[in-house]
Design a protein around this ligand. Structure first.
Ligand code: ADP
Ligand code: MG
Length: 293
């Protein structure tokens, strides 16, 4: 295994994909159908001022929200090729709360990036709500991500020198939501994570825990059915970790599908199911209390 330093993946995560460029027109209809009403028709995020997780309901439907089959991801080629995912299968049902564990370099982030439409596999299938994304181009995947998926990173990935509110608004800017609605929904999302009073602060004026809560508000503001978090507490102290996990717990309780990566048993214990990844494959799936699942 090649060692790779740092948590930032930077640059082109799409290098080495087998699909051509991104020349296809955006099939907005397909993405709309796929995205259901999670953005367009959803209630304002976190409309309850109590901070309860009233953030719109996940759309219905019978198919698993996430289904991957024979997923492979290879970085590079030839002697230096790294096989990050090696024929991985995973089904996540709607409303599940799933933790992914495994040693560093085992492929967890690669998997989550594929699930979050931030990267595409070298081969294999990825279905969201039963619809195969493998023919989607980059623009379509981007739309889908914007409407369906909220992604939280270990290192927060907020835009510096920009207020918390502007950071949270950004996905709505991409989605073409008008300013007044954008503002209202972003403030509601900040309220949901308990940071309404920090809306005008810049990231460097916030603690790590607060920055991660802003990042969660940004992930939530579009009303995504799926929340993916890559070591969301990895850079946080115990207290901030508990706050962040409390928010993820509420998201799960409100019907979201939550998938998170963690190294910590006490964080994984929040999930209902824990899978373990070794060398790009799932070797174990169990409930939080240890029963195979
Ligand atoms: N963009 C990349 N280019 C080359 N190799 C990568 C890239 N991203 C990840 N890898 C490699 O793929 C393997 C899995 O990485 P990753 O999914 O980040 O693991 P984890 O999140 O479990 O630590 C590692 O060997 C890593 O070095
Ligand atoms: Mg990782």
């Amino acid at each position: 295994m090649t060692a790779r330093s740092g948590s930032t993946r930077g640059g082109n995560t799409r290098s080495g994909n087998t699909r051509g460029g991104d020349t296809r027109p955006v099939d907005t209809r397909a993405v709309n159908a796929l995205a259901g009403n999670s953005l367009a028709g959803s209630a304002p995020t976190g409309s309850a001022s109590t901070g309860s997780a009233s953030i719109g309901s996940a759309p219905g439907g019978g198919a698993p929200v996430i289904e991957v089959r024979e997923l492979r991801k290879t970085y590079g080629s030839g002697d230096t090729a790294v096989h990050a995912l090696r024929g991985l299968d995973l089904v996540v049902e709607r409303g599940e709360y799933l933790a992914i564990m495994g040693a560093s370099g085992s492929g967890k982030s690669t998997l989550l990036n594929v699930l979050g439409c931030l990267d595409i596999p070298t081969s294999g299938r990825y279905l969201i709500d039963g619809i195969d994304t493998s023919e989607f181009g980059e623009a379509q995947l981007g739309l889908l991500r914007n409407r369906k998926i909220g992604f939280v990173f270990q290192s927060f990935n907020l835009i510096p020198r920009t207020t918390a509110l502007a950071n949270v608004e950004l996905p709505l800017v991409y989605a073409g939501v008008r300013r007044a609605e954008r503002r209202a929904r972003s403030m509601a999302a900040l309220r949901m994570v308990g940071l309404e009073d920090r809306a005008g602060h810049r990231p460097n004026e916030l603690s790590g825990g607060q920055q991660q809560r802003v990042a969660i508000a940004r992930a939530l503001v579009t009303g995504p059915a799926i929340v993916l978090a890559d070591e969301p507490t990895g850079n946080l102290d115990t207290h901030s970790s508990q706050e962040v996990m409390g928010i993820l717990d509420r998201l799960h309780a409100s019907g979201r599908t939550v998938v998170l990566i963690t190294h910590e048993d006490d964080v994984a214990a929040h999930a209902r199911r824990v899978i373990r990844v070794v060398d790009g494959q799932i070797v174990e799936s169990r409930t939080a209390w240890g029963v195979p699942a």
